[in-house]
Design a protein around this ligand. Structure first.
Ligand SMILES: C[S@@+](CC[C@H](N)C(=O)[O-])C[C@H]1O[C@@H](n2cnc3c(N)ncnc32)[C@H](O)[C@@H]1O
Length: 374
């Protein structure tokens, strides 16, 4: 547990990495326009935020808004165009300079104030009516940016204020995918290559490397078999009902609620004679306002498998080695734990246990796998 004065705030689960390391590993990519453009080109994401703001102008007109992690400034610009009286646009990286230029070019410099700095260190002159932020990482919580939004909310949101988005959910479903065989093949050929290397090193250089076979195999297993994969799943690859892992109310959630996500849920196979190759994870967020001050038009942003409406988040795939033959009506009872990596609080580790209750009544031997979201 890092307590160094130079450590980043939040991330109490995994060790907070020093600020300069966090900048090098995490923030620096956001300082590039090409990265911001990738997010700005995600139509599903853009439409959801655009509609959430402009179909709920009442929440913005004449109000004060804080945009946590403004990036290019897009959400701050829309908030101002929707009639906000004042928008504080906080950005940790030098992207703040591009945001400032963009805001001026759109003639909104009298409403939007860009503040370069980390949200945890910034002081605002007043509390705000709305906090808006696009903080979601892969499988919702990778990047741990929601910690910064929680911090902003606790320091700067008025007691009557609203969060945009207001709610978030994590989902998981059983899937089939050909990648499972490729990854096992890649791992096996890497190990074949290693064994040749050990033989040759002994023959030509007189050193036996065999003692490193186990750690090499563990390293490669982690890389090929245990690291979750970004994938754009087709809905046909989902072979059962999806289970909700976690629901988050952005107005009340605490860092303690999200630094460890523990959940038990069930999923049912809905396809006859199929192959369970792993699990797909995704999230959605909702813009509902708050119960005393609800949105006029509730908007949903979903990253579920879709033919036409894929997002840059895609889905996270957790492969199962070896895959299992299952049938319609089989029940998967999952115990799920996601925690932050000990080395870097922005990365995640997942323990996924599963007991399968077959339609016939037979219960298969349970399995428990460890995965890394890197
Ligand atoms: C996912 S991007 C979203 C950018 C922009 N709001 C958008 O929707 O296109 C997140 C941005 O938040 C910034 N950010 C993350 N954590 C922050 C923090 N604690 N303080 C200030 N900015 C932060 C990042 O540098 C990045 O530009």
């Amino acid at each position: 547990m890092g307590t160094s004065a130079n450590a980043v705030a939040g991330g109490r689960g995994g060790a907070p990495v020093p600020k300069d390391v966090d900048y090098a590993n995490y923030f620096c990519t956001y300082a590039f326009l090409y990265h911001q453009k990738e997010m700005l080109s995600d139509r599903v994401r853009m439409d959801a935020y655009f509609n959430a703001i402009f179909e709920n102008k009442r929440h913005f007109a004449g109000k004060t808004v804080l945009d946590v992690g403004t990036g290019s400034g897009i959400l701050a610009i829309w908030s101002a165009q929707a009639g906000a009286r004042k928008v504080y646009a906080v950005e940790a990286t030098k992207m703040s300079e591009h945001a400032r230029a963009l805001i001026k070019a759109n003639n909104l410099q009298d409403v939007v104030e860009v503040i370069e700095g980390s949200m945890e260190e910034v002081t605002l002159p007043e509390r705000v009516d709305v906090i808006i932020s696009e903080w979601m990482g892969y499988f919702l919580l990778r990047e741990s940016m929601f910690d910064s939004v929680i911090h902003a909310r606790d320091c700067w949101l008025k007691p009557t204020g609203v969060m945009y988005p207001s709610h978030a959910r994590m989902w998981m479903a059983p899937i089939r995918t050909g990648i499972v065989d490729h990854k096992l093949g890649d791992y096996e050929s890497t190990m074949d290559d290693w064994h040749n290397f050990v033989d040759e090193t002994k023959t030509y250089y007189g050193v036996d490397m065999g003692t490193l076979t186990k750690p090499f195999s563990e390293e490669q297993r982690k890389y090929y078999l245990q690291t979750s994969l970004w994938n754009s799943l087709h809905p046909h690859q989902v072979i059962g009902t999806a289970g909700i892992i976690k629901e988050i109310d952005c107005l009340t959630a605490t860092v303690a609620d999200i630094e460890k996500v523990r959940s038990n849920f069930s999923m049912s196979i809905t396809v006859e004679n199929t192959k369970l190759c792993g699990f797909g994870g995704w999230f959605d967020v909702h813009f509902r306002g708050r119960s005393e001050d609800p949105a006029e038009h509730e908007i949903e942003l979903t990253t579920a498998p879709s033919v036409d409406y894929g997002t840059h988040w895609g889905q996270q795939v957790f492969l199962l080695h070896p895959p299992m033959r299952l049938n319609e009506g089989d029940d998967l009872r999952v115990s799920f734990l996601m925690s932050r990596s000990k080395e870097n609080h922005r990365l995640m580790e997942v323990e996924l246990g599963c007991e399968i209750h077959q339609h016939s009544g037979k219960i298969l031997a349970p399995f428990k796998n460890k995965y890394y979201i890197e």
